[in-house]
Design a protein around this ligand. Structure first.
Ligand SMILES: [Zn+2]
Length: 314
């Protein structure tokens, strides 16, 4: 259950609900419409949010649900919401493709058709179609009256996922809130899970630098607490990336297979791999290896049909 303590007001018309995946809310009091950013994990969790919103904003309707990316914990409630409220879905181009064909997600992390153990709601959201494609440079405006409007700017934040976007909102009171999806993790989340899932390490670093260059009053990671000053959090996220890079380089003093590297990375970080972590951290490790290879810090050899990675020592 959630209560008023979960609802945080950021500015005149912008709120968010503190939840395992934070949910952003834009209120249009003139038309009595709500815009959501992210829709929680699944039907069960979005129902809780939906009931709460109906109590807090009686007689409002949900007009739009915006998804920063297609991971099930961000768009898992889309199916229920669209069927219940007929709301529109907005997201970026490639994320919309992934949301329409959610099995691609498991194929991608597995590297082929996945075993059935992975075809769970944690990885596969119900399929849904986007009504509007968001892209950086194309601003959406919610007009409240003649001289007052709320500005919604999609900001490309690729890296964690293929076409992830952040949502930068300028309210009528000039307060700016930046909803960051999984481009950055909250301090408590980084402490708990040092290694965050990512698809492209270099893009993840670039997006972190991009976030630190964008001025906002409130920065809301999808997981973790909001911050008003982003520098420290960007730094912590970068340190986690670089520390994992260094750990891999340390492990690769001698040639190792990807499986051996995964075991050592998990052991050092005290992670007990079950199947979900095995594929998520394994897939993330592939992305790190690509990044280190492209930086010409490691190389590989295939000998006797075994692929092994090794550090390049200059
Ligand atoms: Zn994600």
């Amino acid at each position: 259950m959630i209560n008023d303590e979960f609802l945080i007001k950021l500015s005149q018309h912008i709120y968010y609900i503190k939840y395992p995946t934070n949910i952003g809310i834009i209120e249009n009091p003139i038309k009595k419409e709500l815009y959501l950013i992210e829709t929680a994990n699944d039907e069960e969790s979005i129902k809780i949010i939906f009931d709460f919103l109906n109590k807090k904003f009686p007689n409002y309707k949900i007009k739009v649900a915006i998804n920063t990316h297609s991971h099930a914990d961000h768009c898992g409630g889309n199916d229920y919401l669209t069927k219940t409220t007929n709301c529109e879905i907005w997201t970026s181009k490639l994320e919309s493709a992934m949301m329409e064909y959610p099995l691609i997600e498991t194929n991608l992390i597995w590297g082929g058709t996945p075993i059935h153990d992975l075809k769970t709601k944690y990885f596969v959201a119900k399929s849904c179609k986007a009504d509007k494609i968001l892209e950086e440079g194309k601003t959406e405006i919610i007009n409240l009256n003649e001289n007052s409007f709320i500005k919604i700017e999609p900001i490309s934040l690729k890296g964690h996922y293929i076409d992830q976007i952040g949502i930068l909102i300028t309210d009528t009171d000039e307060k700016i809130s930046f909803f960051l999806g999984d481009a950055i993790s909250g301090r408590n989340v980084i402490r708990k899970y040092w290694i965050q899932y990512l698809l492209d390490e270099q893009q993840t670093k670039d997006s972190l630098m991009k976030i630190s260059s964008i001025k906002a009053d409130f920065y809301v990671p999808a997981h973790g607490n909001l911050v008003t000053d982003i520098e420290g959090l960007v730094e912590l996220n970068l340190i986690a990336l670089l520390e994992t890079e260094n750990l891999i380089l340390h492990i690769l003093k001698t040639p190792k297979t990807t499986e051996q590297i995964l075991k050592e990375v998990a052991d050092v970080n005290g992670i007990k791999l079950r199947i979900a972590q095995y594929v998520l951290i394994g897939s993330t490790l592939h992305s790190y290896l690509t990044s280190l290879y492209e930086q010409e810090k490691i190389t590989f050899n295939i000998e006797e049909n075994i692929m092994k990675w090794q550090r390049i020592d200059n």
